[in-house]
Write a protein that binds this ligand. Structure first.
Ligand SMILES: Nc1ncnc2c1ncn2[C@@H]1O[C@H](COP(=O)(O)OP(=O)(O)OP(=O)(O)O)[C@@H](O)[C@H]1O
Ligand SMILES: [Mg+2]
Length: 452
C-alpha cells in the first residue's frame, strides 16, 4: 500500500469512493488522454476534502508545499470535479464547495455507524466463551464505561475485542476502533475522534475537547476501542505510568471512567494503565486474558498437525498463547517434519524455543518493569521451581518485607508474567516455561546479578 493510500481513509465511511474514482477517471481521460488514471495522490487529496480538510491540512499530510498543491489542484482535480458535477470550469472558489457539490450529486452514503478500518480481520476464532459472556454482561447489560483487557502479548486481547465488537455491533449506534501502536498524541486522537462525530471546529484546550467527546458518548451509545495501550506506557517506571508526552491520556481515561455517559471504552494492553487504580467510577473493570485453554489445540489442528498426546504438553509449555503456538507450530513443521514429540525433546522441561517475535516482545515488556519486579522474576527463573512467598522473601538477594514484596507481585501478575497458584491454602509463584526460557537465555546477565 502506498503512503498516500493510508491518508484520509475515513472518507470511505461516508462516501461512495469506488464510484467517484471511476467517474473522475472517466472525466480525466476525456480531458487529458484515454489511458490516464486517477493517481494515488489525487485520490488522497479528494478524500482529504471529503473529510473536511483544508488544502493546508492536506498539503501537510502529503508533506507538500501548499503552493505545489494549489498548482496541482488548478491543473487537475478542481477541473475534473467541476465537469463531473456539471459546473462551469474555474468556478470552484472555496474548497468546501467540493464536498457540497458531490453530496448534491448523490455520492454521499449514509451516516457512518462503524469505523473498524483499523481493526484486524478475523480468520478464525476459538474458545473465549467465558470472556465474551463477561464482556457482554458488563458492557451490554450493566453498561460499564471502561473495561481493560489485560494479558501477555499474543494471548488474544485484540482478537477478543474484534469478536466482541462483531457480535454486538447492532447494540451500539457507533463503534470506533483506534490502534495506539503508532503512539498518537492525545490531541491528534481527540481531533480524529471528534471529526467522526462531525465536530470540526474544536475548543482550544484538551480538557474542553474531552468534555465535547464525553458529550458525544452521552448523546449516543458508542463503543470506543483503543488497541495496544502499552505502547504509551513508560520504560523502567512505576507499573502502568505513561511516557511523558502521553501523560495526558490519563485525563481522558479517568474522565471516561468517572463521568456520566452511556458508552464504553474498551482498552487492550499488556500492562495495566496506572489510572485503573485511581478511577473512582463503579462501572470500571479490568479483565485478565489468560491461556486459551483446550481451545488452543484448535490452533494446532488448523495448522494440520496430526492429533497426539503432545498437544496438551505443547499448549502448556506456551501458556495456551495462540500466537506462540502458531509460530512454534510452523517451526516444527519446517525443521522437525511436524514431529512434536521430537521437538518437545522427550519431555525436557526447558527444551523449548522462544520465537523471535516473543524475544522482542518480552524484551520490551522486561524494559517496562521496575528493578524489584525484574529481580523477582529472575529469582524465580533461577530457582526453576515455583516458590512460596516465604522462600521468595527470604531469598538472599531480595530479603524484603512482605509489605514491600506484594505490590510488585501484584503488578507482575497483572502483566501475566507470573502465575499465582493457591493450593491447599499455600500460595506459590510460578513462571511460565516460555518466560523462564527467555530469562535464562536472553537475560543471562541480569539473572546472574539477581542470584549473586
Ligand atoms: N481465540 C482465538 N482463536 C483463534 N486464534 C486466535 C485467538 N486469539 C488469538 N488468536 C491468534 O493469535 C494471534 C495473536 O492474537 P492477538 O493479536 O489478538 O494477541 P494480543 O493479545 O492482542 O497481542 P499483543 O499484545 O501483541 O497485541 C493472532 O494471530 C490471532 O489470530
Ligand atoms: Mg493486540
Amino acid at each position: 500500500m502506498k503512503f498516500e493510500d493510508r491518508l484520509f481513509q475515513e472518507a470511505e465511511l461516508s462516501w461512495d469512493l469506488a464510484k467517484l474514482y471511476l467517474q473522475l477517471t472517466h472525466v480525466k481521460q476525456l480531458t487529458t488522454s484515454r489511458t490516464a488514471k486517477l493517481t494515488a495522490t489525487e485520490k488522497a487529496i479528494l478524500r482529504g476534502f471529503l473529510c473536511n480538510c483544508s488544502p493546508k491540512e492536506i498539503a501537510n499530510q502529503l508533506h507538500w508545499k501548499l503552493n505545489s498543491l494549489r498548482v496541482e489542484l488548478t491543473r487537475g482535480l478542481y477541473r475534473y470535479i467541476e465537469t463531473l458535477t456539471t459546473h462551469e470550469l474555474n468556478t470552484i472558489k472555496n474548497w468546501r464547495d467540493i464536498a457540497q457539490w458531490l453530496e448534491e450529486e448523490g455520492y454521499k452514503t449514509s451516516q457512518p455507524k462503524q469505523d473498524l478500518l483499523q481493526a484486524p480481520s478475523l480468520s478464525s476464532f476459538y474458545g473465549r466463551e467465558k470472556e465474551l459472556e463477561i464482556l457482554e454482561k458488563k458492557i451490554i447489560q450493566d453498561q460499564y464505561n471502561l473495561i481493560t483487557l489485560l494479558g501477555m502479548g499474543g494471548i488474544g486481547k485484540t482478537t477478543l475485542a474484534v469478536k466482541f465488537a462483531q457480535q454486538n455491533q447492532h447494540k451500539f449506534k457507533y463503534i470506533i476502533w483506534r490502534n495506539l501502536h503508532h503512539t498518537p498524541l492525545l490531541k491528534d486522537l481527540l481531533r480524529d475522534l471528534l471529526r467522526f462525530f462531525n465536530h470540526y471546529h474544536l475548543p482550544t484546550t484538551i480538557n474542553e475537547q474531552i468534555s465535547l467527546l464525553i458529550e458525544c458518548l452521552h448523546t449516543e451509545r458508542c463503543l470506543l476501542i483503543f488497541d495496544g495501550l502499552e505502547k504509551l506506557l513508560g520504560i523502567n517506571n512505576l507499573a502502568g505510568s505513561y511516557q511523558k508526552e502521553h501523560s495526558n491520556y490519563s485525563q481522558l481515561i479517568k474522565r471516561i471512567g468517572e463521568e456520566f455517559h452511556q458508552s464504553c471504552l474498551l482498552l487492550t494492553s499488556q500492562d495495566e494503565p496506572i489510572d485503573m487504580l485511581f478511577i473512582r467510577g463503579n462501572k470500571v473493570d479490568s479483565l485478565q486474558i489468560g491461556s486459551l485453554g483446550d481451545a488452543a489445540q484448535e490452533i494446532l489442528k488448523e495448522i494440520s498437525f496430526p492429533r497426539s498426546h503432545s498437544w496438551q504438553t505443547m499448549s502448556e509449555h506456551y501458556g495456551g498463547n495462540p500466537l506462540a503456538l502458531k509460530l512454534v507450530a510452523s517451526t516444527i513443521k519446517e525443521f522437525f517434519g511436524g514431529n512434536m514429540v521430537q521437538f518437545l525433546g522427550a519431555n525436557q522441561e526447558f527444551d523449548i524455543i522462544v520465537p523471535t517475535y516473543f524475544q522482542q516482545l518480552l524484551k520490551e515488556q522486561f524494559e517496562r518493569l521496575s528493578a524489584l519486579e525484574r529481580n523477582i522474576i529472575c529469582t524465580l527463573a533461577v530457582n526453576r521451581q515455583p516458590m512460596s512467598l516465604k522462600q521468595l522473601q527470604e531469598h538472599s538477594k531480595l530479603q524484603i518485607s512482605l509489605t514491600k514484596l506484594l505490590p510488585p507481585l501484584k503488578s507482575l501478575k497483572k502483566r501475566s508474567l507470573i502465575e499465582v497458584i493457591d493450593e491447599e491454602s499455600t500460595i506459590t509463584l510460578k513462571l511460565q516455561p516460555l518466560i523462564m526460557k527467555y530469562l535464562l537465555t536472553e537475560q543471562k546477565d541480569l539473572v546472574n546479578v539477581a542470584i549473586q
